[in-house]
Ligand binder design. Structure first.
Ligand code: ZN
Length: 397
């Protein structure tokens, strides 16, 4: 096998290759530089590398790197993109890895370019040959914005494996569940007119008041119906985030928009929630004589749940000495669930430092993470246990 750069050198090369994803086109960048680095390192270690285009995203690709073959095996997955950054608030160049106070600073150090460097360094030191089940390193695009990379994997049924670990920063705590996210906009269209006579128009802001009252009643019903004690906020939430309407105090408001999010618990369906909200609106339309539409601001992310009895959760609880828990942020986990892969989120670094100026990964997180990765690769790929046959076979038995 060809020699690789050191872990720190790989991490600094990944950080030096900008791959910001943003819904604002002035920030949005290609992730191909990061993918090329990963491809060159992984193919030098014997991995078969496939670069997968993403529909509608010509500048962004996923990388699927596979060592060994079979239907079982383990996926180690991360996203290649970072969020934008605030240049004035960084104490060092965000694209230059800098070590200070036993911490590695740089944009993407913990979220999550550092994870790839740790994975590749671990794999190299294990000198893997004759795996019983495959090891797949997966690098996705656009996680921070649309999750287009993970969605494309689902629509192409690209990945087959029994287990997956997504190395998002969880301070090495195994995460088996998170809520889903919907972000919707409701637009009320009335009729503008001179404020001196209400009969000259139909006030959209007043109709929006009725919409908000209905949404709050709906929210209370959800809170009564659904609880999950494994979450700190143990009920589904709905937040009214912004509202815009009208233009002047002396004009009847002709149009009003409200944007809100809804974070559903595992077991709740985003699609049914949107349908339930859509059913509320015609009544308000009738009562107020306005037109009301709802549209998604962003493709929804389903909730994520892997049972705590899953072998990968149990194994990672043992390897880290931490009990599985839930988080409040969303990941690509639910898309792996849709591919039938038992998945957990576990990675080095803290979410507290992600999406912040002066993002860092503490050096002390690296060794324990390598130990977890070695344990998982040994169990699921080298030994091919506890399931040394494809999932379908077992289910048929
Ligand atoms: Zn992330």
């Amino acid at each position: 096998m060809a020699a690789l750069p050191s872990l720190i050198s790989m991490m600094s090369q990944l950080i030096a290759s900008p791959s910001i994803s943003s819904s604002q086109s002035n920030w949005d960048q290609s992730n191909k530089g990061v993918i090329e680095l990963l491809e060159s390192w992984l193919s030098s270690q014997g991995f078969q590398c496939e670069i997968m285009p993403i529909p509608g995203r010509p500048n962004n690709v996923n990388l699927i790197a596979t060592l060994g073959s079979g239907d079982g095996g383990l996926v180690l997955s991360g996203h290649t993109d970072t969020v934008p950054y605030d240049p004035d608030r960084w104490h060092s160049d965000p694209f230059k890895l800098e070590e200070r106070d036993n911490k590695l600073y740089g944009l993407g150090s913990c979220d999550m370019k550092g994870f790839f460097a740790i994975v590749i360094d671990t794999v190299q030191k294990m000198a893997l040959t004759n795996l019983k089940q495959p090891l797949i390193v997966l690098a996705t695009a656009d996680e921070e914005t649309s999750m287009a990379g993970a969605r494309a994997l689902v629509s192409n049924h690209k990945i087959k494996a029994r287990y997956a670990l997504i190395g998002e920063p969880t301070s090495l705590t195994p995460i088996h569940a998170h809520k889903g996210i919907l972000m919707e906009r409701i637009r009320v269209t009335g009729q503008s007119g001179h404020s001196s006579n209400p009969a000259l128009g139909n006030n959209a802001m007043e109709a929006m008041h009725a919409v908000m009252s209905e949404l709050m009643r709906f929210r209370n019903r959800l809170k009564e119906r659904y609880r999950d004690a494994s979450f700190v906020v143990d009920y589904p939430t709905m937040n009214f985030g912004c509202i815009h309407g009208g233009d002047s105090a002396n004009r009847i408001c002709g149009s009003c928009d409200i944007d809100f999010d809804l974070r559903a618990l595992p077991g709740m369906s985003n699609q049914s929630l949107i349908e339930e909200i859509a059913k509320i609106l015609p009544n308000v339309e009738q009562q107020t004589g306005t037109q009301i539409e709802i549209k998604s601001l962003f493709p929804d992310i389903p909730s994520f749940f892997t049972p705590t009895e899953s072998d990968i959760i149990k194994t990672c609880e043992k390897l880290t000495n931490n009990a599985a828990s839930s988080v409040s942020f969303a990941t690509e986990g639910p898309f792996f669930n849709q591919l039938g892969i038992e998945t957990l989120i576990l990675g080095p670094g803290s979410i507290d430092q992600a999406h912040q100026p002066n993002e860092f990964m503490a050096l002390e997180q690296i060794k324990p993470m390598q130990q977890v990765l070695r344990g998982l690769i040994e169990r699921y790929c080298v030994q091919g246990t506890p399931f040394n046959q494809p999932k379908d076979e077992e289910q048929r038995v």
